[in-house]
Write a protein that binds this ligand. Structure first.
Ligand code: SF4
Ligand code: SF4
Length: 181
């Protein structure tokens, strides 16, 4: 049986597609202009339909399950809760935590003389938080870690220390999530 040859008139197809595209374009314009005029009217009458969040000055509250950058919990006296056991350092899959332990004056407890996290490598996985037996490192809601150099992404202990009061929601969340009650 002889093959049937079909010649496609590409010009005609392109013209047809163009014609068919017009209704879709008009529909898109209708949706866009409806939103535009609705928002404009809301603005005129003082009841805006949309809300603009002026990031970075403003932030919407994040859910407790949100994992931003890891931070160190600072107790009410400003000291770290961390006892420099090194479990978070061991658990971190990308080796971005560096701890140098030291002993406190009474030589009973340890504390981190150095506690650095390379935020340029951190992938916000939360394994350090999960590994910590002291609830001393938690995932915060912070996400702004931009810097002008790699060195600027190395966060030191004094930058990481965050008042426990601001981390209560997350601490409560992980107690439930990790069954620590
Ligand atoms: S969140 Fe993950 S990658 Fe970041 S420091 Fe903790 S364990 Fe390491
Ligand atoms: S943050 Fe927690 S796991 Fe990491 S060294 Fe301190 S006490 Fe240990």
């Amino acid at each position: 049986m002889a093959a049937r040859v079909v010649t496609v008139d590409r010009k005609a197809v392109e013209q047809l597609t163009g014609v068919l595209g017009i209704p879709a374009t008009l529909r898109g314009l209708r949706v866009t202009s409806t939103h535009f005029f609705r928002n404009l009217w809301g603005w005129i009458v003082g009841r805006p339909q949309v809300r603009t969040v002026m990031v970075p000055e403003e932030h919407d509250p994040k859910p407790a399950a949100f994992r931003g950058m890891p931070v160190l919990v600072a107790m009410d006296n400003g000291k770290e809760r961390c006892v420099a056991c090194g479990l978070c350092e061991w658990a971190c899959p990308v080796d971005c935590i560096h701890i140098v332990p030291a002993e406190t004056d009474d030589e009973v407890e340890r504390y981190p003389l150095v506690f650095d996290i390379d935020m340029g490598r951190c992938m916000y996985c939360g394994l350090c938080e999960e590994a910590c037996p002291e609830e001393a490192i938690v995932m915060s809601a912070k996400v702004e870690i931009s810097a002008f150099s790699r060195a600027g992404l190395l966060w030191h202990k004094d930058q990481l220390l965050t008042p426990v009061k601001t981390l209560e929601r997350r601490l409560e969340h992980i107690r439930n999530d990790y069954g620590r009650r």
